[in-house]
Design a protein around this ligand. Sequence first.
Ligand code: 5GP
Length: 190
Amino acid sequence: MELLKDKIKQDGIAVNEHILKVDSFINHQIDPELMQKIGEDIATHFKNQNITKVATIESSGIAPALMTASALGVPLIILKKQPSKILNQDLYQTVVTSFTKETNYELTLSKKYINAQDHVLIVDDFLANGEAATAALRLLRMSHATIAGLAVLIEKSFQPGHAKLAAQGIEVYALAQIEEMSENYIKFKE
Ligand code: 5GP
């Protein structure tokens, strides 16, 4: 998506070879107009797949996921992070390794909001090592829902997430794919 790539070129900050900061339009301050266009783009891509729900991981995925859900006319479910592992029989629960924070956390989803008839599209901000997306898949599959695919705003293609998900048969739709990065340098995949 050229609009997103232009925005990344203009306002994204490549901190080093691994970390891209997009705090001014995605992660801290949010550009609502850009999010709406992103949601429309993702919804158009998946429009013929009979999606019943969009799912995201709190918190950075919520804005683009909400816009996608709105464009598809379906509810958004938020997979919630919690620090402790208190077992709760009303929840599906799984552990995730965080790329940015280098810690583990628990991802949870209430059994009330998902069932085996659901066909779910996962939307998130970044795809890096694929840990968050793999955990989201694991959690959603506990309900026997089926997965339409994963849409991410930014894929760091030099990290193994895409390959990991493709190996599980998951379609990955990335609006901007970064082939290579270093301090103040970003190269997009053509
Ligand atoms: P993964 O589980 O694929 O390694 O990482 C996914 C999560 O880590 C994303 O949802 C995002 O929150 C965070 N993340 C990974 N790489 C970056 C990055 O370069 N910049 C920012 N801002 N977040 C990232």
